[in-house]
Structure formats: C-alpha cells, structure tokens
Design a protein around this ligand. Structure first.
Ligand code: DOR
Ligand code: ZN
Length: 354
C-alpha cells in the first residue's frame, strides 16, 4: 500500500532558465526565486545580453521581480550571449567582478531568440581560450542548424562538428552541454571530465510520441526537440545514476499562449512552477529518490566550483491526487502562459526547512 513519502534535500539549483523581461519577467521570476538557490539566467533577450553592463542591469531587474517570497539566498547567475558583439575584455572584467558567470553560445537560427547567435564555435577561439584561462564556463546550445540534417539528429551532428574540436583544442575550457536530448549529448559528457550536462524536466519525462502521437502538443514543443523513447530512457538513467557530470537545468521558457497555439509554434516550455515536483515524481517512479539531492542540489554546484547549500527543502509525496495545481498562469496584463507538469504537482508539495 502506498504511503506518504517525505524527504529533505539541500536547497536545489536551476542551471538553465529563461526569465524574459518586463511583464513576463515579473510574472515568472517568483516561481524560480522561491524554489531555487542558484538560477543560471539565459541571455537570449531581444536584443541579447552581450555585455557586463547589460547583465548587471538585467540582474537587478530579476532581483526586483523575484518578489517577497524569494529565497533569501536566491542568486541569479548571469551569462553573456557569445556573438560578434561580445568583447572579451569586458567578459573577463565582468567575471572578475562577480557579475558574469559564463558565456552562452547559440547557433544562429537554432531556437527562440537565437538570430543574433554565431555560426561556428571556433570562430570565437580567442575568447574561448581567454575563458579557459580565467575559469569561465562555456554553455552550449548544441544543435546543428544545417537544413540537410534531420531535426532528431541535430544534437549529435553539432557535437561531432563543433564540440569535439573545441574540447580537443581547448581542453582546459569547462563546458556544459545544455538541455541534453540524446545519447550523443550524454556520451560526450561521460567521456570528458571537463564537460558537464544539464538535463530538463521535459526531456526526462516526455518523448516524441507524447509530442506527436495523440494530437500534436504545441505545449511540448521545445528546442532541442524532444527525441525518441530510447533517448529519454537513457537521459533518465543518466540523471538518476549518481554520475556527478549531470545536473538539473529546467530550461523553463515561457511563451504567451498565442505564440504556442499558432500556425508556427514557438519553441519553449514553461515548467518553473512545478520543476521540483516533476523531477521528484520521475525519481520516485524510477526508485531513485535517494539520488534526487545529488542531481538537483550537488552536481551543479560541484561542477561549477561553488559551495553546497546549507539550507534544506522538505518534499512530500501525498497518497492520493489531492491537490489541484493550476495549469496556466497570467501576467499582470492578462497574457496566459501554459504550465508544464501539473500531473506531478497533484502529488508533491515542498517547503523550505526553517
Ligand atoms: O525551447 C527552447 N526555448 N529552447 C531554447 O533553447 C530557447 C528557449 C526559449 O528561449 O524560448
Ligand atoms: Zn534554454
């Protein structure tokens, strides 16, 4: 017979999140700030965050939007957008001042707000070498934009064509393969100690049949696109394995409902409200709750050379579906955004341990 499960874990981190700006930032930031200690903030605004000054101003807007219930140790970790506008000296100075944490590479055209991205990682070789010297991590959207490559193969092709050359030629550079969607992403992480991988709640729990088989689900459309069942099972196995190279990054990416239910669907899944519940339920189903804390609270800070949390969060799994979580939220101006993960949120609650 099932019974209430309760566990305490060190405060978790989100190593990949999109908070947007303005009214959307105000609506979504509290979810992340209430739940997570570190949040690694993606810089794909329009225009993108390409300088320390822009990152510092954005960080202040995030802290204001975090709201009254934010964790007192909530810390936005800022990434600069690696493109031709980024000035290496400014990046190094921003990192030395503790404002900038890393640099994110988007292949131009790969995903939402990537138009300002680059063509080839090694075009930025001088910057990458400087980052390696200063210990600044490179965060990579690893997806080929070659139209001749099948959409489900684009992570593997990018890794072959662009990531292997970078990590072989600049082995001191610390690299994160963001939102791993295939075994190709898992393998490059497993094979190289300086390479880590973030894993999202949706790539952990959904596959392309969920996306396509029973009526197409625009709410599950993201980049890199959710891949096969076999890939999902491999990703879930890696996340629950205890391998310290894999850590949680939600890739929570809100879009107005009007852009998700449109002729051309925007890529991105808003999962911040139930990000803890979804990963807890998956680990529970896999009999791996004893690995949850390592994945969501330890591996990321260890990879990035930061201190582990000194505070805890208590998670509780209820016996029946007694909760009625909201399936969408609205910004102050009334824009509706669908929320991922309500099923898990029917079972799980969590609260900071005082
Ligand atoms: O699905 C995605 N949405 N993938 C990304 O890489 C970007 C994100 C967004 O900003 O909406
Ligand atoms: Zn992202």
């Amino acid at each position: 017979m099932s019974e209430v499960i309760s566990l305490e874990i060190d405060a978790p981190d989100d190593w990949h999140v999109h908070l947007r700006d303005d009214e959307m930032l105000e609506a979504v930031a509290p979810y992340t700030a209430n739940a997570f200690r570190h949040a690694l903030i993606m810089p794909n605004l329009v225009p993108p965050i390409t300088s320390t000054a822009l990152a510092a101003a954005y960080r202040n807007r995030i802290l204001t939007a975090a709201g009254p219930d934010a964790r007192t140790d909530f810390t936005p970790m800022m990434a600069l957008y690696l493109n031709d506008d980024l000035d290496t000296a400014d990046l190094l100075a921003g990192a030395a001042d503790g404002i900038v944490f890393g640099a994110k590479f988007y292949p131009a055209g790969a995903t939402t707000n990537s138009a300002a991205g680059g063509t080839s990682l090694l075009d930025y070789r001088a910057t990458l070498e400087a980052m390696a010297g200063a210990g600044i991590p490179l965060l990579v959207h690893a997806e080929s934009t070659d139209p001749d490559i099948d959409i489900f193969d684009r992570e593997a092709v990018f890794i072959d064509q662009q990531m292997f050359p970078v990590i072989e030629q600049i082995p001191e550079l610390r690299v994160t393969v963001e939102h791993i969607s295939t075994r190709a992403g898992l393998e490059i992480v497993q094979d190289h100690p300086q390479v880590g991988g973030s894993i999202t709640p949706h790539h952990l729990t959904c596959d392309r049949s969920d996306l396509l088989a029973n009526g197409m689900r625009p709410d599950l459309y993201c980049k890199p696109v959710i891949n096969s069942r076999d890939e999902r099972i491999a990703i879930a196995a890696a996340a629950t394995s205890g391998d310290p190279s894999f850590f949680y990054g939600t890739d929570s990416a809100p879009h107005p409902l009007g852009k998700k239910e449109a002729a051309k669907v925007a890529a991105g899944i808003f999962n911040a409200p139930y990000a803890i519940e979804v990963v807890a339920e998956l680990f529970h189903e896999m009999g791996a709750l004893d690995e949850l804390e390592a994945f969501v609270s330890h591996h990321g800070v260890d990879h990035y050379g930061l201190e582990r949390a000194t505070t805890k969060v208590r998670l509780t799994r209820h016996v029946v579906d007694e909760l009625e979580p909201a399936e969408s939220m609205r910004t102050a101006g009334g824009t509706e955004v669908r929320i991922f993960g309500a099923d898990a949120a029917r079972r799980w609650t969590w609260e900071p341990v005082p």
